[in-house]
Design a protein around this ligand. Sequence first.
Ligand code: SF4
Length: 261
Amino acid sequence: MTTKTPEDFASAVETLRAALRAEVTDLAEIGAVTLPRVKLSTRAPVEPVAGPAQAKTPPAPTSAGPGPGAAPPGRLQILQQETLGECTRCKLHRGRTHIVFGVGNPDADLVFVGEGPGADEDRQGIPFVGRAGQLLTKMIKAMGQSRDDVYICNVVKCRPPNNRDPEPDEVEACEPFLKAQLEILKPRVIVGMGRYACQTLLQDRTPISRMRGRWHTYEGVDFMPTFHPAYLLRSPEKKREAWADLQLVMKRLAAPSGPPD
Ligand code: SF4
């Protein structure tokens, strides 16, 4: 057995300190905790932070899932490759680089749905990989899950030009594929992200600020509206409300199947 030196212990403590600092910073960034005005390390002083903090260098998504051309398994694969194919059912196909079908666990209990791909997503063919996606990844991690545990997709699968809202005819053309995904996935909970996705899917013009935090139903599945991660980047004071929504989702997933509280 090798003898540990004081330097070994100091190194282990510093490693633990760095891991703890990263974990707390992530939780602060999603609004789950507020960092106290203390320095977390005497070796590498950090700036005191009041309220939710922004990570200096956001980590890459923990799971990219299947990339363009890679296939999710089973019925999702058939839906993606054979039914959707190189879809031209609406005008959004003209400007796209990749169809952004969806990524994650085909047995997921939890599905996140946004409105549509942005530039990074269009380039990579994977939903939520830009800055907003990195925040979503942290939110999922704070829920005790990873991107591999959940499923992530959008209302429309091709990027609207200049990131405009999808138009009614585009939603009409693409929503059947979202419904088919959900029919295959059979999740227990859907989290709708952002005004557009929630209002469109629920056919309800109520502002997202009043829709969030309450259970709704989409295609027979419990649906929790919350703020879009891109909005949370612009309005960090709303992160606490989004985190409260996700706590309701965690409680729902931890409870036996049945109607929500
Ligand atoms: S947005 Fe949907 S319906 Fe329109 S072209 Fe893309 S995959 Fe097809």
